[in-house]
Design a protein. Structure first.
Length: 322
């Protein structure tokens, strides 16, 4: 992998790590469910007009949209709105990696290698350390559990994405965005109510930052980031590219600390190291071979725009962002 391509992979990870700060900026103005609906609507409209529907079974497209699009962002945005810090959210969302392995093994009977199992256990231990530390702080455990629920939703989307075996995974990513808008708008209307929704569009306080954050999430975090990542995944084995995604929580934590003053305790830093190390260790056992080049990490932002199917096991080689 030439240095220029490694630099591109690092830059994508940086854009995804910063994306959590963009979400935080948007949540200062928009309520969480409305923001999630807006995020996917901005992508869904041009997708319906310009992008051909991927040739995949409808149940896997629907499952991918519900898991990755609705459940992940419903709980992630809710948790961040409830007060979990952006950097910590970027870390806890890595729970999607062990959840994906667990669902694949329990529901579909996928084999877990010893190395992957060890990595999973280390990552879960790290999450347990962070969760225990959060439980000692008043009001902090609830948002932590919400992000875990978001990670589980992401994992459901991962498995459905892997089973879909889309000829063009990037098109599947775009069409997945067609599913969340209507349910999220309905949930926003039911939970947040017309008054809060109306206030979000009527007031201008924090509006510029919120719209800037939304634009960053859609244009930079999703379209540009996933496009560059897809280009890299189409040219190099996943075992070389995918580990760069573990820079996302590192960037998320460091930028949140620098710009927002987010601080972690010693135990949370230990837990973060265990999560990142565990996921990296498990992913390092991925096969290197002819088929590895078409593997993609299990994120809607991590799909390779490559015209061939990939195996479920290969799609579980990395995880990251939002």
């Amino acid at each position: 992998m030439p240095p220029r391509h490694r630099l591109l992979a690092v830059l994508v990870a940086v854009t995804w790590g910063v994306n959590f700060l963009a979400i935080d900026a948007s949540l200062r103005h928009f309520p969480p469910f409305l923001l999630a609906a807006l995020r996917f609507t901005v992508i869904a409209v041009p997708t319906l007009l310009l992008v051909p529907r991927p040739a995949v079974p409808g149940r896997w497209l629907l499952g991918h949209g519900i898991g990755f699009g609705i459940l992940q962002f419903l709980f992630l945005y809710w948790a961040m709105y409830a007060g979990i810090q952006p950097g910590l959210a970027s870390l806890v969302l890595q729970s999607s990696a062990p959840f994906t392995v667990f669902i694949g093994a329990v529901v579909f009977g996928e084999r877990i290698t010893r190395r992957r199992l060890v990595g999973l256990m280390v990552a879960v231990l790290g999450l347990a350390v962070v969760g225990w530390q959060r439980s000692q702080l008043a009001g902090a455990l609830g948002p932590f559990l919400l992000v875990l629920a978001g990670g589980f939703g992401w994992a459901i989307g991962n498995v459905c994405n892997a089973r879909a075996k889309a000829p063009n995974p990037f098109h599947l990513t775009l069409w997945m965005s067609v599913i969340p808008p209507l349910p999220m708008f309905a949930l926003s209307l039911l939970v947040e109510g017309p008054r809060q929704i109306g206030a979000a569009f009527a007031t201008t306080e924090h509006l510029a930052g919120a719209l800037g954050g939304l634009a960053y999430t859609v244009l930079i975090g999703t379209l540009l980031g996933s496009g560059v990542w897809s280009w890299l995944m189409a040219r190099h084995p996943a075992s070389l590219v995918a580990p760069f995604s573990m820079l996302v929580p590192v960037v998320g934590l460091s930028t949140s600390a620098a710009l927002l003053g987010e601080q972690l305790t010693g135990l949370e830093i230990l837990g973060a190291a265990l999560v990142v190390g565990g996921v990296l260790y498990g992913a390092a056992g991925a096969r290197r071979g002819p088929n590895a080049r078409s593997a993609v990490p299990p994120s809607a932002q991590d799909h390779a725009a490559r015209g061939q199917a990939v195996s479920p096991r290969q799609r579980q080689t990395a995880g990251s962002a939002s």
